[in-house]
Design a protein around this ligand. Structure first.
Ligand code: GLP
Length: 244
């Protein structure tokens, strides 16, 4: 695990985008799994600029959806598929056919999760994941407690996640109470993990993720064991500790 502390959110976004663009340059047909949430949005805007200004080509990527609210269709304003399409897939010019959706509204969620895992497996796993850090240590919607071998599955959201996700949708009552999430096995097996963490509110969970016990109570703590993880934090999230 490598940690990069940027002076501010703009620099974090630019550094993370440069890292991702370099990885895509080395493997233009990579499979990627990009988080939604607020933190990577600056990074995605930087990627779009790299595409426009430097001609970086993202069109060969295959995109796998990280997580989805249960029973939310792709056109619902709360759909994480829609958010991923608007913020990542479309600005980077990736064709819609190259997107593997995790259908939160599938009639049979267990079957949906199994066939999603199969698609990931057939693609040879995920080359690059872009993850945010949940305030309770969740990755995607791998809520605590999550074991490192947790598969893609249906999960009830924790009260903490219902509160933290309400900021996206204008009220806690808007937040669906269940989700589907790519499993910990998929995330931890990714060839490269970019974790983006911003803001003072993430100081405690970031410190625990980097230095705390490796345990199901903080799913992100399992990243400590992996060599291929880069954590991009801004100063606000890093706090007053000595720089790495
Ligand atoms: C959400 C999502 C995650 C996201 C995380 C952090 O609940 N399920 O995929 O990475 O929480 O979000 P943010 O970056 O807005 O803090």
């Amino acid at each position: 695990m490598r940690v990069i502390v940027a002076d501010n959110y703009e620099k974090l976004s630019a550094l993370a985008a440069a890292e991702f663009a370099a990885a895509v340059g080395a493997n233009p047909r990579a499979t990627v799994m990009p988080a939604t949430g607020n933190t990577p949005m600056g990074m995605y805007q930087e990627l779009a600029k790299l595409r426009e200004n430097d001609g970086t080509d993202f069109t060969g990527l295959t995109v796998f959806q990280l997580d989805a609210y249960r029973d939310i269709g792709r056109d619902d304003f709360r759909s994480l598929y829609g958010w991923m399409m608007r913020s990542f897939v479309e600005p980077l010019g990736i064709p819609e056919q190259a997107v593997v959706r995790l259908a939160g509204d599938a009639i049979d969620p267990e079957l949906e999760c199994a066939s999603f895992e199969q698609r990931v497996h057939e693609a040879g796993g995920i080359d690059i994941t872009i993850l945010g850090l949940g305030p309770n240590g969740h990755l995607g919607f791998n809520e605590p407690p999550s074991l490192p071998d947790a598969p893609t599955r249906r999960v009830p959201l924790t009260p903490e996640s219902l509160v933290s996700n309400s900021v996206y949708w204008g009220g806690e009552e808007q937040v669906p109470t269940e989700a589907l999430t790519a499993g910990m096995t998929i995330l931890l097996a990714a060839k490269q993990v970019l974790l983006v963490v911003s803001g003072e509110s993430k100081q405690g969970i970031l410190a625990r993720t980097l230095d705390g016990p490796i345990a199901p109570g903080n799913p992100a703590s399992y990243l400590q064991q992996l060599p291929n993880v880069i954590v991009f934090a801004d100063r606000a999230a890093w706090g007053d500790r000595a720089l790495p």
